[in-house]
Write a protein that binds this ligand. Structure first.
Ligand code: MG
Ligand code: MG
Length: 259
């Protein structure tokens, strides 16, 4: 039995979600050819700590940094490094916060300078698939409805969904039940109830769905070394709609949001 969040808990999750959304925007401003992924990590960690929060990924199961920085064929869990971003790369930043005992967790894949048309399409389709998933995350639906919505949209463009990793509930723990796979069958899986808070996070490969784990035990790569994209938002399941707690507006519509 998964306990829905109270409105008080949802407000604490919202504070985290907004902080993590703003942190992603700070990282986005720093993304450019010539910048290292370590520098992106520094920007994020500084911003999170300046806002009185803790970068929750740092030390999580031994993860060595504040953010995951996953470049090109790295799907998720890349270590920030001395790698210098170059024109045409993509870099996914996945960021977590811990603030007032609750968690934030969101991700965005940034193009570095100009990317080729197929890569641009991969980013657009992956992000759109996230919104397709969010649309289905309403009270009375089931987890499989989210996965089905993501998968069917992604595959209609010839891209593929990673099976080994999934979204999740969030609360006082970064990863709570239910798991939220990005593939599935309609009408199957956990029932969604009003007040459940979910992180939905499609991971989509330009090529095949197969992945492998790097020798460091963390970075997940596409088996065919095609590029991969990852977008993640946190939503509250409500009656008739899903309410977004995190947002990409700070990235995409800088200056238009009041908070
Ligand atoms: Mg994440
Ligand atoms: Mg997550």
């Amino acid at each position: 039995m998964i306990k829905p969040k109270t409105e008080v808990e949802i407000e604490l999750l919202r504070e985290n979600a907004i902080l993590v959304s703003k942190t992603l925007a700070e990282v986005g401003k720093a993304v450019a050819p010539g910048v290292t992924t370590k520098e992106l990590n520094r920007v994020a960690e500084t911003f999170i700590r300046d806002n009185g929060a803790i970068p929750s990924f740092l030390g999580f199961e031994g993860f060595p940094a504040a953010i995951c920085a996953s470049v090109n064929d790295v799907v998720v869990h890349g270590f920030p490094s001395d790698y210098v971003l170059k024109e045409g790369d993509v870099v996914s930043a996945d960021i977590g916060t811990l603030y007032k005992g609750y968690n934030g967790d969101s991700a965005y894949t940034f193009p570095v300078g100009e990317v080729d048309a197929k890569t641009r399409k991969l980013l657009d389709v992956t992000k759109a698939s996230l919104y397709k998933g969010i649309e289905t995350a309403v009270a009375g639906a089931r987890v499989g409805d989210i996965g089905y919505a993501v998968q069917s949209y992604v595959e209609s463009y010839g891209f593929s969904v990673v099976r080994e990793l999934e979204g999740h509930g969030i609360g006082t723990e970064m990863h709570e039940n239910p798991g939220v796979p990005n593939f599935g069958r309609q009408g199957r899986g956990t029932h969604l109830v009003d007040g459940m808070v979910l992180c939905i996070e499609p991971m989509v490969n330009a090529g095949g769905k197969a992945v492998y784990l790097a020798r460091n035990g963390w970075a997940v790569h596409t088996a065919d070394h095609s590029k991969s994209a990852h977008y993640e938002l946190t939503v509250v399941v409500r009656k008739g709609h899903a309410e977004q707690l995190s947002t990409f507006d700070f990235i995409e519509k800088d200056g238009t949001i009041n908070f």
